[in-house]
Design a protein around this ligand. Structure first.
Ligand code: HEM
Length: 412
């Protein structure tokens, strides 16, 4: 019988409000890294799991993708949430393992490779300019998250999918309700049934999209997915819809959280803002630092397929491990002065995009969006300050700021 290390600090992983309070969250994570880096969490409402907080352990687990699989529990959810999702049958890339995962991932992969991204750059630079111009028009004050940051990545990903612009607000509402489902302000209602209703409405929307792209293929990503075949067979309806769902949801809340959190960091660190403005060649490093700093995807999970050990702690077959990116990207063993926001940080081995076979499909796109936005904004920024307290979303999975009230002056 193995002894399980239990540390109450690890209960933060099942506490959405902890993620809304960065100081509380990072105090708990730093404590765990130092004292209980592989800690057993057994809290009411959740199936138990191991919380992994050291960068090296997260990487080791991600690398061992046959020993630690994504199925059947790719992210942390309540027991009830797990069961309802399983009942609906959502099966996206994050729910799959090889060889199925590899075949399905290949369908969308070309759309997100650096080569495809280079072709998109002019368009993304244009959009970045459009949203910075909108800031000028809305100025001198705005809630940067709600008025700017949520719209720009949404526009990019929905255009790639091939959705009509008139439906973008609906998609924004759905994804915010889905990811914000632990936050009283963002959720449709507190009940799980209502969260599931959001998912079912999205399914109905996407089913119509599959039918129309199969009837009349176009040049967009939705058509590529709807008309793809594996071993000569098209994807099932549920697999097609799941593909849209992961692209539509993963593709914007994450990036917009980095843009909001990145701007917040530049406001809080005027020396770093000036440094970047004086040397815009730092933008690629600054982009990586913003992604590390915000780490909008807080965790993913894996399940052990055989008895094993992590950092000497026995993990039994069938037990799940939560990979805390929020913690690993502040790991003192990997990042010098991890709580310093440094636009020139190099090396910067963050794992905010995960690692290995599930490495974020949209990483190159996300990097380009963040880079283009700040390349446009920073040189035009004459002054910027907060006009109220920034607020974070309550979540245990994906999120960042939900309000960033600012006053600013930009050149026209
Ligand atoms: C800064 C923004 C983003 C961050 C931090 C982020 C983070 C992540 C992480 C941590 C994973 C899981 C990786 C793993 O298990 O090792 C992931 C997977 C994924 N991301 Fe992103 N992501 C971002 C933006 C995007 C964008 C713009 C897209 C556009 C489509 C996207 C699409 C996906 C997809 C499809 C997967 C599943 C990949 C798979 O399981 O094979 N992400 N992302």
């Amino acid at each position: 019988m193995s002894t399980r290390i239990i540390d109450q600090a690890a209960n933060v992983f099942a506490d959405p409000s902890a993620y809304a309070d960065e100081a509380k969250l990072h105090a708990a994570l730093a404590h765990l890294r130092a004292n209980a880096p592989v800690s057993w969490v057994d809290v009411p409402g959740y199936r138990p799991f191991w919380a992994i907080t050291k960068h090296a352990d997260v990487m080791e687990i991600e690398r061992a993708n046959t020993l630690f699989t994504n199925s059947p529990r790719p992210v942390l959810a309540t027991m009830e949430g797990d069961d309802q999702q399983a009942a609906i049958g959502v099966k996206t890339l994050i729910h799959m393992d090889d060889p199925e995962h590899r075949a399905v991932r290949a369908i969308g992969a070309d759309w997100f490779r650096p080569k495809a991204m280079r072709a998109l750059k002019i368009r993304i630079d244009e959009l970045a300019r459009r949203y910075v111009d909108q800031m000028v028009a809305a100025g001198p004050e705005c809630d940067f998250v709600q008025e700017v940051a949520v719209n720009y990545p949404l526009y990019v990903i929905m255009s790639m999918l091939g959705m009509p612009e008139s439906d973008f607000p609906l998609m924004l509402k759905y994804t915010q309700e889905l990811f914000g489902s632990d936050d009283a302000e963002m959720q449709r209602s507190a009940s799980l049934e209502e969260s599931m209703a959001v998912l079912l409405e999205m399914f109905a929307y996407f089913n119509d999209m599959t039918a129309s792209r199969r009837a009349t293929p176009t040049e967009d990503l939705a058509s590529a997915i709807a008309n793809a075949t594996i071993d000569g067979e098209p994807l099932s309806d549920i697999d097609t819809v799941s593909y849209y769902l992961i692209i539509a949801t993963a593709g914007h809340d994450t990036t917009s959280a980095v843009i909001s959190g990145g701007l917040h960091a530049l406001i809080e660190n005027p020396d770093q803002r000036e440094r970047l403005r004086a040397n815009m060649d730092l933008m690629s490093l600054a982009t990586e630092e913003m992604i590390r700093w915000v780490t909008p995807v807080k965790e993913f999970m894996r399940t052990a397929r055989a008895d094993t050990t992590i950092r000497g702690v026995p993990i039994a077959e069938g037990e799940s491990v939560l990979l805390s990116y929020a913690s690993s990207n502040r790991d003192e063993d990997v990042f010098g002065d991890p709580f310093r926001f440094d636009v020139g940080r190099s090396p910067n081995k963050h794992n905010a995009f995960g690692y290995g076979v599930h490495f974020c499909l949209g990483a190159a796109l996300a990097r380009m969006e963040v880079n283009s936005f700040f390349s446009e904004l920073v040189p035009r920024l004459e002054s910027i300050e907060l006009t109220g307290d920034p607020e974070h979303i309550a979540t245990i999975f994906v999120g960042g700021l939900k309000h960033l009230p600012i006053r600013y002056s930009l050149t026209g």
